[in-house]
Design a protein. Structure first.
Length: 279
């Protein structure tokens, strides 16, 4: 029975989330059980695509990505895939009618990582951010609003800004690995080999503006999603705070993280804020 295969596929997506991101998987657990699996399914898909372009250095990444893209197209068309991750993802895509335009934009940005290492203009950077982060936020929003088109349009801009904030924080946190290991420079008009406090401050101001816009959207989310998204928001805000306090020279030479002890404290704070209707 296909239901058994679907169950196995869902478990694969869940395990991918837990294995690759303990912080994100902790936030997903704060979502209502009715939507939790679908967010696992989306994360599993985007994580696999990202892994192809970022980590499979001993293999032909272009060939692997082409195969993944063809399998994705077949999965969406046939509503099944023998790749459990793609089988899970197509299930969520069809369940919530996630537009192909969002999926195509994501895949385009991932392809850019195969050939492009530097973003010289704000327009290039924004295009990449839209495909790599904004549309992922919109895919999740499709799940959160459960088919309510008017709610989706109301929260669309905020979801994109929150996705941008998360991605830009990741870029700043992973600056050393991206620059030294992958030879990538995402932030335009910034020489990351000579990152100074002024450049870092400009990046952080931009991220803080994204967070402010994203928070307004969190307030309007359905109850099933609000706590989980708020938890992710607080975690990334904490990470940004640590980056803000870290000298630019240190950011270039290490990977800043939030300790497990701090994470537990943040999650507890989020829970009480949610229960007291502060959000």
């Amino acid at each position: 029975m296909k239901s058994i295969f679907d169950t196995i596929s869902f478990e694969c997506s869940k395990n991918v989330t837990k294995s690759y991101s303990t912080s994100f998987s902790s936030a997903v657990k704060m979502l209502a059980p009715t939507i939790r699996q679908d967010i696992y399914n989306i994360y599993g898909f985007v994580r696999f695509a990202d892994e192809i372009v970022d980590t499979f250095h001993d293999y032909n990444k272009e060939n692997l990505f082409d195969l993944f893209e063809k399998d994705l197209s077949a999965a969406l068309q046939n509503k099944i895939s023998l790749n459990p991750i793609l089988n899970s993802f197509q299930n969520t895509v069809h369940k919530y009618q996630i537009p192909n335009t969002l999926i195509n934009a994501f895949m385009k940005s991932m392809k850019m990582d195969l050939i492009k290492t530097k973003y010289n203009t704000t327009a290039e950077f924004n295009e990449y951010i839209y495909g790599s982060a904004d549309v992922v936020g919109l895919m999740c929003l499709k799940v959160f609003v459960n088919g309510d088109d008017s709610k989706f349009k109301e929260l669309e801009h905020s979801a994109m800004r929150l996705g941008s904030a998360f991605q830009k924080v990741n870029f700043l946190r992973d600056l050393k690995a991206d620059f030294e290991d992958l030879s990538r420079t995402y932030f335009p008009n910034t020489d990351l080999s000579k990152l100074d406090e002024e450049s870092k401050s400009q990046i952080i101001i931009e991220i803080e503006a994204d967070f402010e816009a994203g928070y307004k959207g969190i307030l309007g989310l359905p109850l099933e999603a609000k706590f989980g998204v708020y938890t992710a928001y607080i975690y990334y805000k904490k990470l940004l705070s640590k980056l803000k306090k870290t000298p630019s020279a240190e950011i270039k030479n290490t990977r800043i993280r939030v300790s497990d002890y701090q994470k537990y404290g943040l999650f507890a704070k989020c829970y009480f804020s949610y229960k007291l209707n502060i959000i």
